[in-house]
Design a protein around this ligand. Sequence first.
Ligand SMILES: [Zn+2]
Ligand SMILES: [Zn+2]
Length: 139
Amino acid sequence: MATIECARCHRYFEKVAFEAVCPRCFPIEEQEFARIKEYLSLHPGASTNEVMRDLNVDLKSIKRYLKEERLEIVGDNKGFIKCELCGKAINSGRFCDGCYKEGQALRHKEEGAVKSAYIKSAEHTTKGIRFRDNKDKKG
Ligand SMILES: [Zn+2]
Ligand SMILES: [Zn+2]
């Protein structure tokens, strides 16, 4: 167990699993993500900018959802998020393909993640962001 800073409100709290936000922010975050899911199913191919503008979602939150692999960027990601090891632009998660193996080791330490529902949507989308289909996972 460790004390970490909440990614939303920046208060410190006791981390019990993989969560990035405190118990107070957790329901807010779940609600926000539900709104994003709904928005993306209504607007397949929406860009991150559109999501931020129409839902008033923080850029930081979107980046976090991408890193948590709850969302992924489709098509050109313009360096929106980068591999944590080599800095290469990636679409989802924390590591590029090349570093994925090394990343697995790091990732392993943080296991116990509460993965929320991955919804398959916007399959024909070639741009924007979408929910990540967990079955696509490499390796
Ligand atoms: Zn918080
Ligand atoms: Zn890399």
